[in-house]
Design a protein around this ligand. Sequence first.
Ligand code: PEP
Ligand code: MG
Length: 916
Amino acid sequence: MSARAARAARAKRRGGRAGEPPRAVFFFGNGHAQGRGDMKEVLGGKGANLAEMTRLGVPVPPGFTISTGVCAAFNASGEKIPEPVKRASLEALAKIERVVEKRFGDPENPLLVSVRSGARASMPGMMDTILNLGLNDVTAKGLAARAGARFAYDSYRRFIQMYGDVVEGVARERFETQLDELKERRGVFQDTELSADDLEQLVRDYLEIVRESTGRAFPQDPQQQLWGAIAAVFRSWQNERAKKYREIHAIPEAWGTAVNVQAMVFGNMGDDCATGVAFTRNPSTGERVFYGEYLKNAQGEDVVAGIRTPQPINKASRNAESQHLPTLEKEMPRAYKELLRVQQRLEKHYREMQDIEFTIERGKLWMLQTRTGKRTVRAAVKIAVDMAKESLISRETAVLRVAPDSLEKLLHPTLDPNAEKELIAKGLPASPGAAVGHIVLSADEAEARAKAGEKVVLVRIETSPDDIHGMHAAEGILTARGGMTSHAAVVARGMGKCCVAGCGALRIDAAAREVRVGGHVLTAGDWITLDGATGEVFRGEVPTVTPELGGAFSDLMRWADAIRTVRVRTNADTPADARLARTFGAEGIGLCRTEHMFFEPSRILAVREMILAADLPTRERALAKLLPMQRGDFAGIFRAMNGLPVTIRLLDPPLHEFLPHTDREIHEVAEALGSDAAVVRAKVEELKEFNPMLGHRGCRLGISFPEIYRMQVRAIMEAACDVAASRGRVQPEIMLPLIAHRGELQLLRALVEDEVASVLRERPPARVRPTIGTMIEVPRAALIAGQLAELADFFSFGTNDLTQTGYALSRDDAGKFLPDYVDRGILSDDPFVSVDEEGIGALMRIGCENGRKVRPDLKVGICGEHGGDPKSVRFCAQLGFDYVSCSPFRVPVARLAAAQAAAELATAKRRRVNRA
Ligand code: PEP
Ligand code: MG
């Protein structure tokens, strides 16, 4: 691309022409839009989609978007809207007037607008919105004459409340109290039961509340209202809940929000009006059914607020609460039909599940919003797979659509169906999964107790954006009010958290720290269990079970496996873990830590006897007791892996870890071994390492006590021969830990080979040929990888120790300052979570490249915790690793991450080829 063409393309993305200042205000309406769907950076998600929907010919009320760039200018200039932006906004407003044939501030036929935020990434409910803007004492009269006094004054009082709250900072409760008092005086429950006169009076009261609270009259000039609202939306980018949300979702502050000003359409003009929210597929199961809720004679905020129980749009959307309510399909068949057509058009266009908002004004459908719908992990997998099967997207795109980290949630337990349960209430199944935890009644308490390591369930009347941090910290969320599209439900699904919403039987008394439900009284701190898939609430701590994996999940994993080049193994020390990992798709064991086998109560005495032995014969006697036990361990693992490679690491930790610590334990051990407590204590002292991650451990032990490693190699080989002799297949790989010097590897390789040969001499028919390799887990090993490769059949990067020794940092110490390092940008990630080129990855690259220079067929893998981290998996794929190895539950995560890495690498390669 030439520099000129690049400039033009850049300018086009910003919505302007090269050489001109970037456009700040973008009009859309009547089938034409100055913006486009691919301009999210400039228009925010909402603005870009409004422009795109307009271009698609979907009925969208006309409006304009003020670009995200203005947000930064606004904040940098002491919260002033730049004059050119004001001029362009007024020009766009005039266009809206022409389309809808109404005028802003017109006493007879006034145009009303909504003013909404819209950032590049969706931040539901985090920023401010103002509706019905343009109403004042005069225009309200005009509107009353056209659309009825009840409607006009209802709109006006809503506007005064929103504007008063958001722009003028008047406490919302003041308005609400006034409204409640009026309803009480009139003896009514619903707002809709108030008369036009009541509402007109309420307007007067509200105007007085504003005057009293601010010392100024409520602004009557619509233009002044407009600038006030736009400024308030820009300002709301910096409110506390928006900041917290950005922090949790890693959204940069510099992005800013756009502002969308759009002609109002009304869902609250009577019974031929409605407003609703829908998903093109079921967001909780992923099923391909149009799914949504609506409220008759209401405005959009009423649905989201969850105050009235919404009606289902069709039969498929019915739930326990709404099964008796009439559907939109039945009540407004024409509008429903058009909605159905529009949602199909939108999903086909975006090739992605959409979350849409609509309003029906006097029978006419208007689309207010479309965006990629949030969904549970289960739904994400099903939707991606179904869309590929429907040829909407490719299999590769399907694989790229699911976040690898989220998969782990699918593998985790659900409630044990056979467990005894005490059902105490039922709400809506708002987000599936199981949550077991202590009851907490506030978001702050949830955060504090979760930080202290407790599992908590957040129980609230309803949630609001102020509760985000508590929802994040909780295992699950239970609310008394709200539907499937209430705040709690939507946010929980986005977080992949279990949520039961709208559990009407709950009576929460925050002051008494009590929850009453159907005759039960629970106290904050009591155990409670939620089933998000059924909406059931149980008293106490219900046991859970691991779920079945099949259907869409296995399709997606199969497609991922077809794409990836890196193999995925597991870290497992027991046959049970090995079998579990195989059900998750593990292709071998990348690390079997033998020390865990020594800690078993039935063995620890023999281990201690071996360590405390005063001479070689005593030690050999103890080792002889351990040999058959180890042989049994390895045979079980070989059988579980059925011919897949199994890397067994010889003993690694310093010996004092196996010894008793307290006086009582020391006495017990001395007695059991017929020794003296003083002798045992002296040995404990002698072996103690000042820093347990360094010192006399790993291969250094193998050199000091070769008989230990010989016993282990013999156990591995005898087990392998036994399994092979009974027609089993085995592929053992023997791994030496903590190698830092060529001489260590040379000596120990010879020892291992010698013991292998001696077992094979004793059992001639077995053809078991183990490979011998080394861990790369201290920096020096990476630096001399070329020398080590001459003596190793494989390398396995032990990034746990490599991170500790590379950064001179223990995991425990890490918590003291690493979060601050990440906040300040010194490190982009916690190095114990992700490896990359700037961190320990630099040593991995050196190690891998130097090793393969000497030995091109060197097998290279990773077995530190990083092996299950998607970013690290991508990094290993870039380095050309043969495999990653991780804990069983991370295996599917790694498989998907490896596939995504392969797809991305292939795309990058295609681009390079095309450029060349
Ligand atoms: C490592 O150091 O990365 C490793 C896998 O070994 P361990 O965690 O057992 O020290
Ligand atoms: Mg290690």
